[in-house]
Design a protein around this ligand. Structure first.
Ligand SMILES: [Zn+2]
Length: 104
């Protein structure tokens, strides 16, 4: 039998299960460009929306200078500039998968 090979998407799912990682961290860990990571994450979000046992978690981007949180942002990429203080020191969003322990 061949050794089990995971697709990049399966590896990303495994890497963010129970923890939070940025797209850059995932790109380094999986060995693919950050843009591809974001593409995979988009599909993972879609498939998890049908999975009652798991929940996709998005920790929003935050301005490192004034602490502004990009909470209403739905895109997965990092914003380039803070709308409040114009700083470009933006912490990237981080992604995770929570296993649901109880029904809402
Ligand atoms: Zn700011």
């Amino acid at each position: 039998m061949l050794p089990q090979e995971q697709t990049p998407r399966q590896r990303i799912v495994a890497l963010i299960s129970g923890t939070l990682r940025s797209a850059r961290q995932l790109a380094e860990l999986v060995g693919i460009p950050e843009r591809q990571v974001e593409d995979h994450l988009t599909h993972i979000v879609r498939s998890l929306s049908r999975d009652r046992a798991k929940r996709f978690v998005l920790e929003p981007s935050e301005c490192r200078d004034c602490g502004y949180g990009f909470r209403n942002r739905t895109r997965l990429t990092t914003p380039s500039r803070c709308p409040r203080c114009r700083s470009e020191a933006i912490a990237p969003p981080r992604y995770g998968i929570d296993l649901r322990t109880e029904q809402p």
